[in-house]
Design a protein around this ligand. Structure first.
Ligand code: NDP
Length: 341
């Protein structure tokens, strides 16, 4: 069987963090309902990923697949493929659980669904706090963070971090915490370089993790009017050819050379191998300069329906503030397991 060797990056608490992980968000379908049909494929692909050497898995309460992810991890431990301490598991706390006292309940629920005694990293999924009814709870993320510091102290997780925090939110959090976040997980890809935020986080010892690392490059995300590069972009093809790699591998390698950890998602086994086979070549300065030119600030993930909420972290697009939040992001009605928590 093919094997991959994925290097690690040290977090600010000394823990080694694999520089590439396996993403588990299966997405929403056209009706904005949770896409459950791929759950079995996800389990097969994740099982293969661990077999070939992936040691970092990114999931979340939102994704509704914690039980399926935990099942695979526990099976691999039982079968002797890995030890628990060799696997780095990240999960995330959703908007509904931002009160300080709710954080522990939420994390214990994640552990129960994952069937694990601890996770390696828990993230504040987004800085906003929104109830299941869509009401703005106006809870300061500094309060939420105190709950995170408590679950760390209790050993429910080995590290704590944030996701979708902008630069002002990072500054405020770093100035008002006892334990600094180990990670900020944000969208980064060729269209959205996030240079200022990445530089700031890295200067403070916060490791940056890139979600949606392919942006709209891949066919499933090829939205109308989304910018280049697509997978047939001649510039990308020429850099890929020069290194004997694929266009998607060039996109991931570029992030790695920026010191960024990426968590590509795929339920396709050949891509599981492809995405992790990026640690045996080097982009040169000319490639890096060329790739940097694709950065135009385009966001793949732009949840306009959260714009009116306090602490929404992105620039507001005027005139589109009144979209309803999809029910699937409010109430857990249609999870793989009918999970309605
Ligand atoms: P990705 O950029 O990982 O893209 C996933 C898509 O790319 C899938 O359609 C997949 O298809 C396809 N794909 C994967 N590899 C290849 C390849 N080598 N060649 C061609 N197509 C490929 O997007 P995600 O939005 O899923 O982001 C990755 C992970 O980041 C998520 O799964 C989740 O864990 C996390 N995330 C976190 C967020 C947050 O708010 N913190 C927000 C969004 C994501 P297929 O599966 O069919 O192979």
């Amino acid at each position: 069987m093919a094997k991959v060797s994925i290097p690690t990056i040290k977090l600010n608490n000394g823990i080694e963090f694999p520089a590439l992980g396996y993403g588990t968000w299966l997405g929403l379908n056209d009706k904005m309902e949770f896409e459950i049909t791929d759950a079995r494929k996800l389990q097969d692909a994740l099982s293969y990923a661990i077999d070939i050497g992936y040691r970092h898995i990114d999931t979340a309460h939102l994704y509704r697949v914690e039980p399926e992810v935990g099942e695979v991890i526990n099976k691999k431990i039982k079968d002797g493929v890995v030890k628990r301490e060799d696997i780095f598991v990240t999960t995330k706390v959703w908007h509904h659980h931002h009160k300080q006292a709710d954080v522990e309940v939420a994390v214990r629920d994640c552990l129960r669904r994952l069937n694990l005694e601890y996770v390696d990293l828990v993230l504040v999924h987004w800085p906003m706090s929104i109830s299941q009814e869509g009401v703005d709870e106006n809870i300061d993320y500094l309060e939420t963070w105190r709950g995170f510091e408590e679950v760390l102290k209790k050993g429910l997780t080995r590290s704590i971090g944030v996701s979708n925090f902008n630069i002002e939110q990072m500054k405020r959090l770093l100035a008002n915490c006892n334990v600094p976040p180990a990670v900020n997980q944000i969208e980064i890809n060729l269209n959205l370089g996030q240079k200022e935020l990445v530089d700031y986080c890295q200067s403070k010892g916060v490791v940056v993790v890139a979600y949606s690392p392919f942006g709209t490059m891949v066919p499933s995300r090829n939205y109308p009017d989304s910018p280049e590069p697509k997978m047939d972009n001649p510039t990308m093809l020429s850099i890929a050819k020069k290194h004997g790699k694929t266009v998607t591998q060039i996109a991931l390698r570029y992030l790695y050379q920026r010191g960024i950890v990426s968590i590509p998602k795929t339920v396709t086994k050949s891509r599981v191998l492809e995405n992790a086979s990026i640690f045996d070549f080097q982009l040169d300065d000319e490639d890096v300069a060329t790739l940097a030119q694709f950065d135009n600030g385009f966001r793949t993930i732009r949840p306009l329906f959260w714009q009116p909420y306090e602490n929404y972290p992105f620039d507001v697009v005027l005139g589109q503030e009144h979209e309803d939040i999809p029910i699937s992001l409010l109430k857990w009605k249609n999870g793989v397991n009918g999970d309605i928590e």
